[in-house]
Design a protein around this ligand. Structure first.
Ligand SMILES: [Cu+2]
Length: 399
């Protein structure tokens, strides 16, 4: 199948599903279709027992009261600073809520997935993962989503930081060449995933449409020396791992949840070599880690370190201390803090370890500074060893 035919089918499918979703959301229940006289009814068949369901107490608008959530007054308007992974927007120092404007453009473009392997990425802001957004608890966010003219399909955004239908997905649905705008209050602090939620949702996520938004608690987070943005995701390609050339998406592999690539920050090697994270002994490091999935749960681990603190699942309460490996669900996040105690090269991995070694879920954090042999020695010696030769007489058998 040519790419243009494949794209045309995707456009048709996306438009149809988006239209059906939109219709269902805006027009309520459709009139029942008339019975088809051509469908024969078998009166002799055993009657089918109706399913038994519990009752649901109906809700009426008369039951409603105003939400108890605190909405602080808004002072001033600012444009959000967006950063590409692994950079994190600087901490917000203001002590009041503001109106914050976010503009994000959706692109569809061929990019490198691995050395010699290309993939047609669908992106927020031109990159996968999309830019990290940082707002303050209580801020009013004006979100403007632009679907680049010349793109093939409609897109939208579901931010898990949004309280409201679809996380903003219906409000932001845009065809190519259109812009949509909506507003939300960042009422719950935490680290949240955002992603495209246009049908078929899994395809849009698998193609690269995800990122993180941090709703900084109004009292801030404990100060650290360095903050980094890391996001795990999977790619499903027709060709096997590292098969060269432009690789189309494989729906069969996505349904079977057998990715060819599990990566950090949008491609194999994104956090290696020049992309390795940096730190110095004595510094504290915070990783904001998201997992876009679309299918797998991450067993996130840094080889050679322990997480001093884990804000599990991206929540704001310190959930645990001194943790080796922490789970990140698909569509979820975590925040981990640790101090660098000795120099070395530390490896970020999904400890479902074949994903790290064979599928790409590995990155580096290089810590510089003086050695401290009171904590860790490098190899001190290497000698021959033959073990103890056995002198035992084998037991006689059978008598
Ligand atoms: Cu999309």
């Amino acid at each position: 199948m040519t790419r243009s035919l494949f794209s045309s089918l995707l456009i048709a499918l996306s438009l149809l599903l988006a239209t059906l979703t939109w219709s269902a959301c805006t027009q309520g229940t459709a009139e029942p279709l008339p019975a088809d006289p051509a469908v024969a009814v078998d009166d002799s068949a055993e009657p089918i027992e109706p399913r038994i369901r519990g009752t649901i107490r109906p809700a009426s608008a008369d039951d409603a009261t105003l939400s108890s959530v605190d909405l602080p007054p808004l002072t001033g308007t600012e444009t959000a600073t967006l950063t590409f992974a692994p950079e994190v927007p600087a901490p917000i120092t203001r002590s009041h809520a503001s109106r914050v404007v976010v503009d994000m453009e959706v692109t569809e473009a061929v990019k490198e997935l691995a050395d010699g392997v290309q993939y047609t990425f669908w992106t927020f802001g031109g990159e996968a993962p999309g830019p990290m957004i940082r707002v303050r608890e209580g801020d009013l966010v004006e979100f403007n989503l632009h679907n680049q003219h010349g793109n093939d399909v409609p897109h939208n955004i579901d931010l898990h930081a949004v309280t409201g239908t679809g996380g903003g997905a219906e409000a932001s649905l845009v065809s190519p060449g259109k812009s949509a705008s909506f507003e939300f209050r960042a009422i719950k602090p935490g680290l949240y995933v955002y992603h495209c939620a246009t049908a078929p949702v899994g395809l849009h996520i698998a193609n690269g449409m995800y990122g993180l938004i941090l709703v900084q608690p109004k009292d801030g987070l404990p100060t650290v020396d360095r903050e980094y943005y890391v996001m795990q995701s999977e790619f499903y390609t027709i060709g096997k791992h590292m098969e060269s050339g432009l690789q189309p998406f494989s729906m069969d592999k996505a349904l079977a949840e057998t990715p060819d690539y599990v990566v950090f920050n949008g491609g194999v090697g994104a956090l290696m070599d020049d992309g390795a994270l940096q730190g110095a002994v004595g510094e504290t490091v915070r990783l904001y880690v998201g997992n876009a999935g679309p299918n797998l749960t991450s067993s996130f681990h840094v080889i050679g370190e322990m997480f001093d603190k884990v804000y599990a699942e991206g929540g704001t309460a310190l959930a645990q201390e001194n943790v080796q490996t922490t789970l990140i669900p698909a569509g979820g996040s975590t925040i981990v803090d640790f101090e660098l105690d000795v120099p070395g090269t530390y490896k970020l991995v999904d400890h479902a370890i074949f994903r790290a070694v064979n599928k790409g879920a590995i990155g580096l954090l290089e810590a510089v500074g003086p050695a401290n042999e009171a904590i860790y020695t490098e190899q001190k010696s290497l000698t021959d060893y033959r073990g103890t030769e056995s002198t035992a007489t084998p037991a006689a058998s059978g008598e």
